[in-house]
Design a protein around this ligand. Structure first.
Ligand SMILES: Cc1cc2nc3c(=O)[nH]c(=O)nc-3n(C[C@H](O)[C@H](O)[C@H](O)COP(=O)(O)O)c2cc1C
Length: 166
C-alpha cells in the first residue's frame, strides 16, 4: 500500500473537514493535525499533502506559524508533495489563499517533487500569491462560497495525485 500522509492545521474547522474528505478518498492514508503532532512525522512519509488556511493578510494560519521554523529544517528532496489551501474569494479578493505560497516556496527550495497545481478557471478573485504562471500552486477551496465546483475540483485533484504518488 502507498504510504500517504496529510498534515493540516485548521482554525475554525474547514481545513480539518477537507483533510478528512481527502483522506477518505486515499485508501490507507494517515492524517495529522499539526497543532497536536507538530512536524514530527513529516519525515516518515514520501507522499505528503499539506493543508493550510488563510487567517490574516500576509501571515499564515496560527498553528502553521508555530511550527514554521521547524518546518523550514525539513528536506523534501525525493518526496512527492501537494498542497491544499482554504480561503475566501469574496472577502479576500486580493489575497485569496495566499498562505499556500510560503509552503510552496520552501518545498520548491528544498527540491520537493511538487504535485497538484490547479487551474484558476471559474474562481472569482483579483490576486493571489499562490498563483504562479497562471496556476494555483495547489488545490484552492472556498467553502464559504458554496461553490458547486468544489466537489469536482477535490475529486479531480485527488485522482491526479493517486496517479503520481508512489
Ligand atoms: C480573520 C480572518 C482572516 C482571513 N483572511 C483571509 C485571507 O487573507 N485570504 C483568504 O483567502 N481567506 C481569508 N480568510 C478566510 C479563511 O481562510 C476561510 O474561512 C477558511 O475556510 C478557514 O479555514 P479554517 O477554519 O480551517 O482555518 C480569513 C478568515 C478569517 C476569519
Amino acid at each position: 500500500m502507498k504510504s500517504i500522509a496529510i498534515f493540516y492545521a485548521s482554525t475554525s474547522g474547514h481545513t480539518k473537514t477537507l483533510a478528512q474528505t481527502i483522506s477518505d478518498k486515499l485508501d490507507g492514508s494517515k492524517i495529522y493535525d499539526i497543532n497536536i503532532t507538530g512536524p514530527e512525522y513529516i519525515n516518515d512519509y514520501t507522499n505528503i499533502i499539506f493543508g493550510i488556511s488563510d487567517q490574516e493578510d500576509l501571515s499564515m494560519q496560527e498553528h502553521w506559524n508555530e511550527i514554521w521554523n521547524d518546518f523550514l529544517q525539513i528536506d523534501f528532496r525525493e518526496k512527492n508533495v501537494a498542497i491544499f489551501g482554504l480561503g475566501n474569494q469574496k472577502n479576500s479578493k486580493n489575497n485569496f489563499v495566499d498562505s499556500m505560497y510560503p509552503l510552496y516556496k520552501h518545498l520548491e527550495e528544498s527540491k520537493a517533487n511538487i504535485l497538484g497545481f490547479t487551474s484558476t478557471d471559474k474562481y472569482d478573485f483579483i490576486d493571489s500569491k499562490a498563483c504562479i504562471n497562471g496556476q494555483f500552486v495547489g488545490l484552492a477551496i472556498d467553502v464559504e462560497d458554496k461553490d458547486h465546483l468544489n466537489e469536482i475540483r477535490i475529486n479531480n485533484w485527488v485522482e491526479d495525485l493517486k496517479k503520481v504518488f508512489d
